[in-house]
Each structure stands twice: as structure tokens, then as C-alpha cells.
Design a protein around this ligand. Structure first.
Ligand SMILES: Nc1ncnc2c1ncn2[C@@H]1O[C@H](COP(=O)(O)OP(=O)(O)OP(=O)(O)O)[C@@H](O)[C@H]1O
Ligand code: SF4
Ligand SMILES: [Mg+2]
Length: 407
């Protein structure tokens, strides 16, 4: 709820008094959250345990908001989902539903002071260098190149921002939609790839870094001799995205977050990049969090699917459950809106009618109600809780409340 009152149906603007009240409340909250983000604390404050040791990432009741002049935009409003080890988890949902804000929260890339993680946990199992009191990695007894490793579980949401280097880029890597904006135009591909090794591997020499960069380029299907010395602008979009993937892999991450990794590419290159991601997942023994609004991509790649709507998870399950047995009316609608190759019979692409409610002033009831053809009297009541319909399938919709009571 926003902090201002709007007399129902009478006006669509904020008074000066309300604007001032929002600014004051925002300033207080942003100051408190910035101080928390920049605090100095013991490691024990942000160490935790996984609820399920088979997971690599557990997001629980995450709230990420933007403190705007119009009020608080609850972009991520109580999101919970897990990424199991060695799995691909696909996140779908229409534009603006909070897919990217969730993943940016995991990477702690939300831009403050306006954007803030307000509440919740992001538990991540890290495998990292064991360090001495000075923070230096400890060599294995009798070795000059191998270091001792240790497993730790961090609550990323509670980590002070200056500690995030422990995982960002190294343990969790991100592949963005537009590779050109992520590559530095004034350095060669080789220089940028080598830099990842220098940054993440203690004592790495120039030769080591180059060997690693070439290995990564080969892994993504690039002949290193052709590309190592090239500048980003000399490569095609597909090649740049491969380089970005190579760069993400150079640090040997345990989790790759790919946010619309193929949207900027043409269809044939898209298929190649997806094959590459699948191949890499098997090779690196890691997990992929794949964010896209393309259901075809999800069907092909994902083991599990999370469906988001207006800042919340409304359904999650295995890819089979979500595609073969969707439960939530929104997910059922999404399946219908999936483009097919044979639309030449005059059928229009199905569009779910209606709009998402105003993110500053969300209603107390189901956010999908205004667009839902299946709503009942119950739907005007509280926001529906998550109901478990199979060991792996969950849905937030009143139509399944019975199953909760029975189960
Ligand atoms: N800097 C910001 N200030 C205010 N609101 C923001 C900001 N960044 C994101 N939002 C809001 O957060 C919500 C979620 O945005 P997000 O980028 O996560 O959507 P998305 O699901 O990734 O959509 P898309 O499919 O278009 O990438 C949106 O309503 C957006 O308007
Ligand atoms: S809770 Fe009601 S309004 Fe919401 S999706 Fe389910 S049936 Fe539709
Ligand atoms: Mg996005």
C-alpha cells in the first residue's frame, strides 16, 4: 500500500502534502537500508544454512522495492523459489513482473538508494578459497599452485555490500541480454577474458590467464586465434554473446544467471546459444537460472519453472507440471498465448485481456482478479496463499484451497 490516501474514484494525482509525506518516509527508509547495506559486521551475521542441502540457491520471501516520488514500488513482493544443484530453473512472466529485479537482487546489483532489498533471504552455497586472517588464500600443504577450499552458505540479502566480491562474478556469474553493453569497447576480448582470471585466481600469471581464456573460448565454440586479439565491435552479436558466456565461465561459477540471453539475437543464433548453454551446464557441473518471456526456450531448457506475476510467484513446478498440467489461470492463459508456427489458419495470438494493478497500490486480494475468467466469490477475499498440489508443484490460487485443506 502506498502511504497516501486517495479518495476512491475522485482524483488521480497527489497533493503537495502527500508528495512531502512520501519524500519524508522514503528518505527515512532509504537512509536506514543504506546504513544496513554499508555496515561493518562479523561474517557470522550473514552466514547461514541451506534448508535443503540439494539446493544451490534458496530465495525466501524476498522483498525488493523502489522508493519513488509517487510511492513505494514493490517490484519483488515476497518471492520464494529454489535452484537445485545441476538444474536449469526457468523464470517466466510478462514484462515488469519482477524477474530481473529478483535476479539483480541475487547479484546485489539493485541501484540504491532508490532501489533496496527490504526483507527476505537469499541463501547461496558457496565453494571458495579458505583464507587466513589477512584474507589471503591458503595454499594446500606441499603445493605452490593449489589452494584449500571451503563450503559456506551466505545469506546474500544480509551481506554488507563490500563483501559481495566473495560471490559476484566468481561463484555466481550473470549473462545479460545485450553483450555489447557489458563488454568494454577499448580492450580486446583476450584482455577482458584474462582479467577475469587475474581477478579470481590468486597469483595467476599472464600465461595461465591466456591459457584459461583460450580454453573458455574453445568451450563456447570459438577458435581463440581468430578472436583473442579482436575488439568487441569486430564481432557479430552471436559471437559477442558467446564471449560473454566464456567470460562468465572463466571464473568457474556454480550458478549462472542468464537474463534474456538470446532476445537480442536472431533465431538461428538463438538456438545455437541455447544449445551452448545446455552443453555448458553439463560440463561445469553447475546450475542455470534462466530468465525469459519465451515459453519455447523454457520448455526446451528448463527442469523447473517459476511463473511470476506482479512481483509474486504464482505457480512453480517441474517443466512437465507447468506445461502439461498448469493450474493457475494466468499460467493456463500463458500457454494459450504461446506463439506457434502454424498461425496461418487465421487464428489470432491469444492475449490475456486486462492489465496488472498499479504496483504502488496493490490490492489486498488476488492481483490477477481483474483479468481472471475463473474467479469466484472467494477471490475478493485475502491474497491466495501457496498451495502444494504435488511434491514439486505449487500454486497461489483460491481454486486449489480445497487441496490445501485436504493435504
Ligand atoms: N529503477 C527503478 N525504479 C522504479 N521502478 C523500477 C526500477 N527498476 C524496475 N522497476 C520496476 O520493477 C518492476 C519489475 O521490473 P523487472 O525489470 O524485474 O521486470 P521483468 O520481469 O524483468 O520485465 P521484462 O520482461 O520487461 O524484462 C517493474 O514494474 C518496473 O517498473
Ligand atoms: S485466486 Fe481467483 S482471481 Fe486469482 S487466479 Fe485464482 S481464481 Fe483467479
Ligand atoms: Mg527483465
Amino acid at each position: 500500500m502506498s502511504i497516501f490516501k486517495k479518495e476512491k474514484g475522485t482524483r488521480n494525482y497527489l497533493t503537495n502534502k502527500e508528495i512531502k509525506a512520501i519524500a519524508k518516509s522514503n528518505a527515512q527508509e532509504m537512509k536506514r537500508l543504506e546504513a544496513y547495506k554499508n555496515r561493518k559486521c562479523e561474517e557470522s551475521e550473514f552466514l547461514t544454512e541451506m534448508k535443503n542441502p540439494e539446493n544451490i540457491l534458496e530465495i525466501e520471501d524476498l522483498h525488493t522495492s523502489f522508493f519513488t516520488e509517487q510511492g513505494v514500488v514493490k517490484a519483488v513482493n515476497g518471492v520464494s523459489y529454489d535452484v537445485p544443484k545441476n538444474a536449469v530453473v526457468g523464470v517466466v512472466g510478462e514484462s515488469g513482473c519482477g524477474k530481473s529485479v529478483t535476479s539483480m537482487s541475487v547479484m546485489r546489483l539493485i541501484q540504491g538508494p532508490t532501489g533496496q532489498i527490504v526483507d527476505g533471504s537469499i541463501r547461496f552455497k558457496s565453494h571458495e578459497y579458505k583464507r587466513n586472517e589477512k584474507g589471503e588464500p591458503i595454499l594446500k600443504a606441499g603445493s605452490t599452485t593449489e589452494y584449500e577450499m571451503v563450503d559456506k552458505v551466505y545469506d546474500i540479502a544480509k551481506m554488507p555490500i563490500h563483501e559481495i566480491h566473495r560471490i559476484r562474478g566468481k561463484q555466481i556469474a550473470m549473462i545479460f541480454q545485450e553483450p555489447m553493453t557489458s563488454l568494454n569497447p577499448v580492450f580486446t576480448i583476450g584482455e577482458q577474458l584474462d582479467e577475469v582470471t587475474f581477478f579470481h585466481i590468486p597469483g595467476a600469471t599472464k600465461e595461465m590467464a591466456k591459457a584459461k581464456s583460450e580454453e573458455m573460448l574453445r568451450l563456447v565454440g570459438i577458435i581463440p586465434e581468430n578472436v583473442y586479439g579482436a575488439f568487441p565491435h569486430e564481432l557479430s552479436g552471436g559471437m559477442r554473446q558467446r564471449v560473454m558466456i566464456a567470460m562468465a565461465l572463466a571464473a568457474e561459477p556454480r550458478l549462472i544467471i542468464a537474463d534474456e540471453p538470446t532476445t537480442a539475437l536472431d533465431v538461428t543464433i538463438q538456438a545455437q546459444i541455447l544449445d551452448l548453454l545446455q552443453d555448458i551446464k553439463n560440463k561445469i557441473d553447475g546450475s542455470i537460472l534462466l530468465i525469459t518471456h519465451d515459453l519455447g526456450v523454457i520448455a526446451e531448457m528448463a527442469d523447473y519453472v517459476v511463473v511470476m506475476y506482479a512481483g509474486k510467484v504464482i505457480e512453480k513446478g517441474t517443466v512437465y507440471e507447468i506445461f502439461q498440467d498448469p493450474k493457475h489461470p494466468y499460467t493456463i492463459g500463458l500457454q494459450k498465448s504461446k506463439p506457434t508456427m502454424n498461425l496461418d489458419d487465421g487464428t489470432e495470438l491469444y492475449n490475456i485481456p486486462g492489465n496488472v494493478p498499479n504496483p504502488i497500490n496493490m490490492p489486498g486480494y488476488c492481483y490477477f482478479k481483474e483479468r481472471c475468467a475463473m474467479c469466484t466469490r472467494k477471490c475478493s477475499g485475502d491474497y491466495p496463499g501457496m498451495v502444494q498440489v504435488s511434491p514439486t508443484h505449487f500454486v497461489a490460487c483460491h481454486l486449489y484451497d480445497e487441496e490445501k485443506n485436504n493435504g
